[in-house]
Design a protein around this ligand. Structure first.
Ligand SMILES: Cc1ncc(COP(=O)(O)O)c(C=O)c1O
Length: 411
């Protein structure tokens, strides 16, 4: 997608990008320093509304806090979604602080510590167990705190999802219990002091192909129904995963949400509901909910021409927004959508020239945009990197070179 589409999703007033109802310079003055991350409340809300409109009414919507754990964002989303999915004790605390029912919090991830398991058991969070050993540790945690823990088995499926930016299922994995080992595990826990409510299958993330995702959902339902035959009690929880991607690069097209919605309507109506009438079905989305609602804003501190190539040097960089620099798992580096957010007026459209936007770190890895077509860029201008609402600040090496942490605002 071109930056124009992203600019339109926010708004423009007097040549400036409008975020959270405020023109960019005013927002920057309000924040008090650059660089900063700003998340637009209105866009978060409308994204959840479009999901609700497309997905079945009885499919519960989970937000994966890891995508953006800023407490204000999590609090805002807690009022809009049904489940908060957490991956650490801190995320669990952020989720519980919102006042959500602990039974609506799920905790997935390998390597949960004994302390984390005790906290989860004590609070009544649903622990998505990732191995046989973790089941034993959760039982011990329950005993230690005098509570019967609530658990679901995270299943490593016997299939992989093609086209995912990151794959977390199929083949050997640190995630989940291999599907073929689940029946035995269910037998082992049947008479233990554990409330085993169901299954969680999360096979991959950042997928933009609705056909592939729809096929994966179908295979997930097949798998869950097969495994449910081995459960000692009625299955009450089926987490179908997610993997809904967002367009980061120029040729990416947005996900066909309507197609996924139709598929999930059909799967729930014809397969899941008839077989498992007591099961709460959940999809668990991170970046799809928050990614497009966030911008990273950084100020130009220097401009130069080096052997014919124009450079703009900004006060931020890869230490805050690693993904945009191409160093968070990309094989071939491509530019994130980026604009000069203070030069979006009609007169700024003349003769754009390629500019390479680099951060302030003393490494060639600190590249935010290679030869981006931009209007005249001057010291003091504000550069905006889009698609910064997910896996931005908390997925970046903020201590690298000792710069200050950027501010985050929800506006
Ligand atoms: C278990 C689990 N759930 C949800 C997510 C969120 O993925 P995304 O932000 O791509 O939706 C991840 C991502 O790693 C995950 O591992």
């Amino acid at each position: 997608m071109t930056p124009d589409r992203h600019v339109e999703a926010f708004d423009v007033k007097d040549g400036q990008l409008v975020v959270g109802g405020m023109p960019l310079e005013r927002l920057a003055a309000g924040v008090g320093s650059t660089p900063f991350f700003a998340y637009d409340r209105r866009l978060l809300t409308s994204r959840v509304e479009s999901l609700r409109a497309a997905l079945p009414g009885d499919l519960h919507l989970g937000y994966a806090v890891k995508a953006n754990p800023m407490p204000a964002v999590v609090q805002h989303l807690a009022g809009l979604v049904d489940v908060l999915d957490v991956a650490s004790a801190r995320e669990m605390r952020t989720a519980l602080d919102t006042g959500i029912d602990p039974g609506d919090v799920s905790f997935a991830g390998p390597g949960k510590t004994e302390a984390e398991l005790r906290q989860a058991a004590a609070t009544g969070v649903v622990v998505e167990v990732e191995s046989r050993g973790e089941v034993d540790r959760l039982l011990a945690a329950g005993e230690a705190v005098g509570v019967r823990p609530v658990a679901a088995i995270r299943v490593n499926p016997d299939f992989a999802v093609q086209g995912s930016g990151m794959r977390m299922g199929g083949g050997p994995q640190q995630f989940g219990v291999d599907a073929e080992q689940v029946p035995e595990l269910l037998g082992l826990v049947a008479d233990r002091d554990l409330d085993m409510v169901g299954f969680h299958v999360f096979a991959g993330s950042q997928n933009l192909d609705a056909d592939i995702l729809a096929a994966a959902q179908e295979r997930t339902v097949d798998l869950v129904l097969r495994l449910a035959d081995h459960a000692a009690a009625a299955v009450r929880y089926v987490n179908l995963g997610g993997g809904f991607g967002i367009p980061y690069f120029e040729k990416d097209q947005p996900l066909d949400l309507a197609r996924l919605g139709e598929n999930l309507h059909r799967l729930l109506e014809t397969r899941l509901r008839p077989a498992l009438p007591e099961a709460r079905a959940v999809v668990e989305l991170g970046r799809y909910i928050v990614g497009e609602a966030g911008v990273y804003v950084t100020r130009v501190v220097d401009t130069k021409v080096s052997r014919g190539q124009r450079f703009a040097v900004v006060d931020g960089g890869m230490h805050h927004q690693l993904a945009a620099s191409g160093n968070l798992g990309q094989v071939i580096r491509r530019n994130y959508p980026l604009v000069v957010g203070t030069r979006l007026g009609p007169s700024d459209e003349d003769a754009p020239e390629p500019v390479t936007v680099v951060g302030c770190l003393c490494t060639p890895l600190d590249l935010l945009g290679s030869k981006v077509s931009l209007p005249t860029v001057e010291v003091g201008d504000l550069v905006v990197v889009f698609q910064a609402g997910a896996y931005g600040l908390t997925a970046s090496p903020t201590a690298f070179l000792g710069h200050d942490q950027p501010v985050e605002v929800l506006v």
